[in-house]
Unconditional design. Structure first.
Length: 160
């Protein structure tokens, strides 16, 4: 798919697919929108939040993990789009490769978008661990505008 190839240019250019077990591409299956959170034991442990959009997985690295209760705000750093098939990926990226270390699925499920704007994303997650409304707000003052805040909405209780 040419659209995906363009969107995945950064992802592809960072990786050597003869050495990493990560998927090179992947196409959307039918069904609701996918979300996945990877636990990534890279040089620094972090979690990667991924939301399916337009056939790829929009991605953020969350050093402290996804908040499980409201009122906690965690930094989420926007990273390159990942292929749809990354939603099933677990494995070990070999030493010397980009993101080297163990990658496990921490949670996975479906989501409903409420807001998807340039500076704010609001989604309802329905996973095995996470349920409820989550909000991402872009920090406009950050240098490259890739820093966001991730929080669980207090409205979650009313709606679940
Ligand atoms: Mn990662």
């Amino acid at each position: 798919m040419s659209i995906q190839t363009n969107q995945l240019f950064e992802y592809t250019s960072k990786r050597n697919f003869e050495k990493t077990p990560e998927p090179k591409s992947g196409e959307k299956k039918t069904g609701p929108l996918l979300f996945v959170i990877h636990e990534h034991h890279a040089s620094r442990l972090h979690w990667d939040l991924r939301l399916e959009k337009d056939g790829v997985l929009k991605s953020w690295a969350v050093p402290k993990g996804v908040p499980e209760t409201p009122k906690i705000r965690h930094l989420a750093i926007e990273t390159e789009d990942h292929p749809y098939d990354y939603g099933n990926f677990e494995g070990t990226i070999p030493q010397g490769q980009y993101g080297a270390g163990l990658v496990k699925i921490w949670d996975r499920g479906h989501y409903t978008p409420k807001v998807w704007a340039n500076d704010k994303i609001e989604v309802k997650l329905e996973g095995k661990r996470l349920h409820g409304i989550y909000v991402l707000v872009r920090l406009k003052k950050s240098e490259n505008q890739k820093n966001w805040l991730l929080l669980k909405s207090r409205d979650t209780e009313k709606l679940v």
